[in-house]
Design a binder for this molecule. Structure first.
Ligand code: PEP
Ligand code: MN
Length: 333
């Protein structure tokens, strides 16, 4: 349920209303926009007597929210959420590009790639230290050592770090090094992990599960937000379909769906969505044209010998061209 207040309702009145609603056993999120203030009611609102919320002097209207996600719902927060990471703004019309290798392999590799993507204009450095691999016999990532290498690359280039956290027990250590905690597609429905990262003060990059609906994705965001962390960035990385030519099928319509249903920023990962480096630039262009807030792109200085996801990784020169195109396209859009 949402209570839309009339323009110019004073802080004193708002505080009194919040207190009154709290007494009904309901939490309230106050969102102050440029033109209106909204009280978002969180909890078992079915028991709330709607007539008690109407107050002719101050209340414009009371809306019932049908969807099960509340905090992630655009009705709760009509303006776009902007997630700020070390001074860089994600969402609200800004272009964000996260780039780097699938996995951190050596200190030289991550520093080299970080310098290259920075030169090309990337805003955030990606790299996996804890890797979710389909086979237990494949490279699993360097763990803590990998985080330390990324930190060094981040210090040299000034790029903030996004890296995956795979389990509850790693959250504290990963949060020590990362600026954005990534929840991978395979963990989108790991509710205890979602709650745990919801109790950190780090931005969260939440990837869509490979067979998750938009509602399921937003419910996962809700898990994080309901623990107090409102800094959630959504990411489409392709879904499973009958098509096997590409690694996954990129669902670009998710951008429009998310923009309508939610206020959270959404970025696209064309690398995992297609599995083919040749498709990364065209799908990046399509994503920006469709209104995505940014991209996550795998870049490797030696894709042929990469320990993970070489076939979908761009060489730094190709990434440079992509950045030139995307920057121009974004300014037109
Ligand atoms: C990744 O970004 O490194 C990754 C494993 O992606 P996903 O969870 O989307 O498969
Ligand atoms: Mn990868």
């Amino acid at each position: 349920m949402v209570v839309v207040l009339k323009a110019k309702t004073s802080d004193e009145v708002i505080a009194k209303m919040v207190e009154r609603i709290n007494k009904m056993g309901i939490r309230v999120q106050v969102t102050k926009g440029e033109h209106q203030t909204i009280l978002g009611l969180i909890g078992d609102t079915k028991s709330v007597d709607e007539s008690r919320l109407h107050d002719e002097d101050h209340v414009e209207k009371v809306l019932k929210i049908q969807e099960p996600y509340k905090l992630a719902n655009r009705d709760f927060h009509p303006e776009d959420t902007i997630v700020e990471v070390k001074g860089h703004k994600i969402g609200g019309g800004n272009l964000t590009v996260m780039a780097g290798p699938c996995s951190v392999e050596t200190e030289e590799q991550i520093i080299e790639v970080a310098k290259q993507v920075k030169l090309s204009g990337a805003n955030i450095l990606r790299g996996g230290a804890f890797k979710p691999r389909t086979s237990p016999y494949n490279f699993q990532g360097l763990g803590l050592e990998g985080l330390k290498m990324m930190k060094k690359a981040s210090e040299i280039t000034g790029l903030p770090i996004v890296t995956e956290v795979m389990s509850d027990e790693d959250v504290d250590i990963v949060a020590e090094y990362a600026d954005i905690l990534q929840i991978g597609a395979r963990n989108m429905s790991n509710f205890s992990l979602l709650k745990k990262v919801g109790r950190t003060n780090k931005a969260i990059l939440l990837k869509r599960g490979m067979s998750a609906t938009v509602q399921e994705l937003l419910m996962s965001a809700e898990y994080i937000m309901s623990e107090g962390n409102k800094n959630v960035i959504l990411c489409e990385r392709g879904i499973r379909t009958f098509e096997t030519y590409t690694r996954n099928t990129l669902d670009l319509s998710l951008i429009t769906a998310v923009k309508e249903l939610s206020h959270l920023p959404i970025i696209i990962d064309p690398s995992h969505a297609t599995g083919k480096w040749k498709m990364v630039e065209p799908m990046s262009k399509a994503s920006i044209a469709a209104g995505a807030d940014g991209l996550m792109i795998e870049v490797h200085n030696d894709p042929q010998n990469a320990l993970c996801d070489g076939p979908q990784s761009l060489k730094p020169e190709k990434f440079h061209t992509l950045m030139e195109t995307i920057t121009k396209l974004h300014s037109v859009i």
